[in-house]
Design a protein around this ligand. Structure first.
Ligand code: HEM
Length: 412
């Protein structure tokens, strides 16, 4: 395939229903190929992403001022307005600020703490399915895959449960702005809506933080507020706000899609569904395979902060790199038979949770939620089948998410 003659078709509707054939063709054609709209080379191979893990010259902070080619000045201005608050969030900054911000949250998300949450997560999962009693057709995304992780993270952080739908709308707009500006028929409307939702979310968070300051409770936002009020001032108010909203959004959007994408893979591979039904102890390795086979986060971006060598090429300082995680996870040079969905795969060092210093802080929680979600669905519904309604993914380059996953279930 000649890349120059046939540029990557990342923006076609077909790409979003199944990106993997396009990614395979691009990976075979060569890596480190500049994409006209992504502002720099794309990396498709597992070995290249792995090599970057040890690279000291990668910046997220430098993404802040990048221009997005092909978008109008009005849209660029709104993107910049949104970016103005990036520096308060661990997700967007480099050391030493990153280490300080991440350090305040790390101890709350350890494996031991997350394991201790299993009974509560199980109770939430069962409660959600109890509330669907009598319904033979359900939308897995709306009825289960969204409310499960959303309820868990809101309880952990201390957000009032009644704000769930409002928070969902605000974070969905942010996610759409991150990955759909290029595919939207009206990028200006999308950018305006996302900026307004960002303001709305910060407003709610601001009120909540003030309440926690007045009357602290046993939750993570109260813990952050106490750090802010500590004499050494380890966090300022904007950082408490950014950490709270980051954890809220990151804590449910992607886990919803882990559950949705994973269940869809099982439905399309009934032998694997039967294997998991027969042996629920495979849940942990099944979830790793969900993460490899159809990862919720499809691409990451970095900027080279100095010249360095990668795959025999020089990456010049200032170059923006786009790491295609969905492609690296299907690289045949690393994973044997990569397009086969196999819940017993043993070598599964995939990049679904990113890498290096920004490695997902919530990975333990997400894995546990995924395991509980899938084993509970299979235990409660001896039969689950697709309804046959067309399945539609959001046209989002960064996040792989189904709009709905309607299924027919039987309880007997
Ligand atoms: C299956 C579910 C999830 C997936 C696939 C996922 C994926 C990722 C990825 C790829 C990154 C790295 C971003 C980058 O390098 O630019 C990341 C970072 C992060 N994730 Fe997750 N995530 C998931 C669930 C969660 C949960 C449940 C939480 C909440 C506790 C969470 C909190 C975070 C945070 C705070 C970061 C930023 C870490 C940093 O910058 O140091 N994630 N996640």
């Amino acid at each position: 395939m000649d890349i120059a003659a046939a540029p990557p078709k990342l923006f076609s509707p077909g790409y979003f229903s199944d990106p993997y054939p396009t990614l395979a063709a691009l990976r075979e054609a060569g890596s480190l190929v500049p994409h006209p709209h992504l502002g720099g080379p794309m990396l498709f191979r597992h070995a290249e992403v792995r090599a970057l893990q040890r690279c000291p010259h990668l910046s997220k902070g430098m993404l802040r001022d990048g221009r997005m080619d092909g978008l109008s000045e009005d849209v660029q201005a709104l993107v910049h307005e949104n970016n103005a608050r990036r520096d308060d969030s661990m997700l967007n900054v480099d050391p030493p600020r990153h280490s300080r911000l991440r350090g305040q949250a790390m101890s709350a998300f350890t494996l031991a703490r997350m394991e201790a949450l299993r009974p509560r997560i199980q109770a939430i999962a069962d409660g959600l399915l109890d509330s669907l009693d009598g319904q033979d057709e359900i939308d897995i995304i709306r009825d289960f895959a969204f409310p499960l992780p959303a309820t868990v993270i809101m309880e952990l952080l201390g957000w009032p449960a009644e704000q769930r739908e409002q928070l969902k709308r605000c974070t969905a707009d942010a996610i759409e702005m991150l990955g759909s500006l290029r595919t939207s028929p009206d990028p200006l409307e999308l950018a305006r809506r996302a900026v307004a939702s960002g303001r709305e979310l910060r407003g709610i968070a601001h009120t909540l933080i003030n309440q926690k300051r007045e009357a602290p409770q046993d939750d993570f936002i109260s813990a952050l507020v106490s750090v802010q009020m500590a004499e050494d001032g380890r966090l300022n108010e904007d950082e408490v706000l950014a950490t709270s909203t980051l954890l809220l959004a990151a804590g449910h959007e992607t886990t919803t899609n882990l559950i949705g994408n994973g269940l869809l893979a099982l439905l399309r591979n009934p032998d694997q569904m039967e294997k998991l039904r027969a042996d629920p102890s495979l849940a942990a390795s099944a979830v790793e395979e969900f993460l490899r086979y159809d990862p919720p986060v499809q691409m990451l971006a970095r900027v080279a902060s100095a010249d360095f060598e990668l795959g025999g090429k020089t990456i010049a300082a200032g170059t923006r790199l786009t790491l295609m995680l969905g492609s690296a996870n299907r690289d045949p040079d690393h994973f044997p038979d990569p397009d086969r969905f196999d819940i017993t795969r043993t070598l599964n060092d995939n990049f679904a949770f990113g890498f290096d210093r920004h490695l997902c802080l919530g990975a333990h929680l997400a894995r546990i939620e995924g395991q509980i979600a899938i084993t509970t669905l299979l235990r409660r519904f001896p039969r689950i089948a697709l309804t046959g309604a067309p399945l539609v993914h959001f046209p989002n380059l960064a996040f792989r998410a189904l709009k709905a996953l309607p299924v027919l279930v039987s309880r007997a």
